[in-house]
Write a protein that binds this ligand. Sequence first.
Ligand SMILES: Cc1cc2nc3c(=O)[nH]c(=O)nc-3n(C[C@H](O)[C@H](O)[C@H](O)COP(=O)(O)OP(=O)(O)OC[C@H]3O[C@@H](n4cnc5c(N)ncnc54)[C@H](O)[C@@H]3O)c2cc1C
Length: 265
Amino acid sequence: MSEFNKIPVLDAGYLLLVEKWGSDQRIIESARMSTNKGFLGWGDARKCSKCGGTGRMWDNGDKTDCNADGCVKGTIGTFGDEKLLRYLWTKKHSTPFEFCGLTIEVQAPIMVFREWMRHRTQSYSEMSARYTPLPDTNYLPSVERLMTTPIAMTRQAMSTGETLDGARASLWLESLRQLYDQEQLVYQTGLDWGVPKELARLAVSVGRYSRMRASANLRNWFGFLTLRLGLDVQAEMRAYAVEVSKLVATEFPRTYELFREERER
Ligand SMILES: Cc1cc2nc3c(=O)[nH]c(=O)nc-3n(C[C@H](O)[C@H](O)[C@H](O)COP(=O)(O)OP(=O)(O)OC[C@H]3O[C@@H](n4cnc5c(N)ncnc54)[C@H](O)[C@@H]3O)c2cc1C
């Protein structure tokens, strides 16, 4: 794990892979415990060296048993284990996917953590503002971000019926920036004067960046991605989910492909 591997998210956040365990292959091995067999291999079935046909493999791991008509004990390769992986995925035979997982470190605004931590099947360890001052880093969205919020959701002010324009978006962001400065002043003054850290943090808003580690097995990461990659998800939360999805795709490419296919259906 290196600082250089931090994946930037938003204006000051990041994602960092701390640890990965298991692999696409491990999912197959875990599933095959039920028949006391292991991983047979990826790729297409190879031809039988004796009869030249692909025969049909009995799912018993015996790679020398070609049962094609007229062929006894030829040598045949296995059918690719991607078939079993697909079967497990589509039939929701989920437990083998729990034998793999990821631990990641995340720096994100507290408002993102509020949503993220609703996922109870992940384990969390967050820096504690009771013991250590929070970094003076706050999320400042761009004008474009304010302007791309779906009109149906919030750009139409409920009280006045007015629609947000670029000038007001900029003005509002400037006010937010000043508010963050003021928050930091109150927070730091409290710390300097001996206000307990656990109370000084009252000055900090949900735009403040915090840091945590989140750990889950692969099944639950897919549960997280299913919910948090949706287009109705808040853009900031989704930005992190997109980066998580890239990590999962890199570490578990075959399983991720099944997830992707399913979402596109
Ligand atoms: C677009 C979007 C909008 C949302 N809006 C709101 C909102 O306005 N207000 C709000 O409060 N939340 C909101 N949420 C959070 C949402 O209600 C879920 O709490 C969150 O997405 C976690 O989902 P989960 O329970 O499936 O995940 P996890 O907690 O990781 O649980 C995974 C699965 O484990 C099982 N499970 C876990 N705990 C229990 C349990 N106690 N009982 C039974 N089964 C359990 C369930 O099968 C669950 O699907 C929103 C989420 C999304 C994606």
